[in-house]
Design a protein around this ligand. Structure first.
Ligand code: G3P
Ligand code: MG
Length: 352
């Protein structure tokens, strides 16, 4: 594609238009994943073509830096990068990849020696991810159920869950914070244990059992606000944001109030500032980049990019469906898919 311009070999073209190289080197992309590059386990065809263009398959033979920024998670960054490299057919490096809970690395110092509950994902995968970030006392709700099955009588631990559970006496452990890293697999168990921890000030089942919640000794952090997201199924699926709504509804029914929490993930400013640092570093320390965000979710991708002062491109391959009217957050541009989005941005910047 475009290997020649005006029949002049590419390299000489760039040599003759040094301004172009400067222009291109100020350009960078941030790609959402679900609904933009993949749908569940399947890579979207336009994704491979789009990344190939940025990896040098363009009329100038220039490489343009990009990172991936997802509200997904549930495994380590290295594991997910290996999966994505397989799916997309290009190597995705951990230094160009940010998932919902990666930003927790920037606050882990506050909790390193505090007992914390980490929710979401399969089995104890996220315990190891959290330990990799620097948490030293990490528990999950399966550990609590293994300690006392009567905490939630409606789930019998599987052999795999029992094996991965960490032995602990939760009547003696003051949980200092709850982190919802990824979409919980057992909403009922997790909501029960969250209410137990938050209503008793950290020690599960400890008296006094707080009815009105004046004291808030336990921090609560959600890493992904998405109410819905797009996977293989034709209609959007409930996300971690829906779990948060369910928890708060139950907590309010029990106590009369919702529980205050910290929100991370797109569209939060914390996640976009964190991404800018990662992108700047990945682009060789360039701090004055012109950033184009490509996303499928107006509430997270577009709202966050607009607020960060980036350019935003909304594609129709995921959550957003143009048949349902204009998006709640207006993007800089709308494109059919990620390849069209990249070509449009290149045209804007390189004035083709
Ligand atoms: O659970 C993931 C989902 O909420 C959205 O992921 O890649 O579209 O930000 P992504
Ligand atoms: Mg998405």
């Amino acid at each position: 594609m475009y290997m020649y311009v005006n029949s002049a070999p590419i390299k000489s073209f760039v040599r003759h238009y040094p301004g172009l190289k400067r222009l291109a080197s100020s350009l960078a992309f941030v790609f959402d994943i679900d609904g933009v590059l993949v749908r569940g386990k399947r890579a979207l065809p336009a994704a491979k073509r789009a990344l190939a263009i940025l990896d040098g398959n363009n009329r100038f033979g220039i490489k343009i830096p990009y990172i991936l920024l997802t509200n997904g998670g549930g495994v380590s960054e290295v594991t997910r990068c290996n999966e994505l490299s397989e799916q997309l057919g290009v190597q995705i490096k951990p230094e160009q990849y940010i998932q919902a809970h990666t930003v927790v690395r920037s606050i882990v110092h506050k909790y390193a020696d505090t007992p914390v509950l980490v929710l979401g994902g399969r089995g104890d995968t996220l315990r190891h991810v959290a330990e990799g970030y620097g948490f030293r006392q990490v528990y999950n709700t399966l550990d609590v159920l293994a300690w006392n099955p009567s905490v939630w009588p409606f789930h019998d631990l599987t052999m795999e869950e029992r094996t991965s559970a960490k032995a602990a006496d939760f009547s003696k452990i003051p949980i200092g914070a709850i982190f919802v890293f990824h979409d919980p697999r057992n909403w009922a168990l997790d909501i029960q244990v969250m209410c137990d921890v938050l209503r008793s000030g950290g020690v599960i089942g400890a008296p006094p059992y707080m009815s009105e919640c004046s004291r808030r000794p336990v921090d609560l952090v959600f890493c992904n606000p998405d109410l819905v997201w797009k996977s293989e199924f034709d209609r959007p699926r409930l996300g971690q944001g829906a779990f948060k709504e369910a928890f708060q509804a139950v907590f309010k029914a029990l106590t009369g109030t919702t529980y205050p929490y910290v929100q991370l993930g797109k569209p939060t400013e914390q996640t976009y500032r964190f991404s800018e640092t990662v992108l700047g570093r990945y682009a060789g320390g360039n701090s004055s980049l012109q950033i184009y965000m490509v996303g499928d979710n107006p509430e997270s991708d577009i709202a966050g990019a607009n607020a960060a002062g980036w350019k935003s491109i909304l594609v129709n391959t995921g959550v957003y469906d143009p048949r349902q009217g204009p998006p709640k957050h207006k993007p800089t541009h709308e494109a059919e898919n990620v390849e069209k989005a990249v070509l449009w941005a290149l045209e804007q910047v390189l004035q083709l």
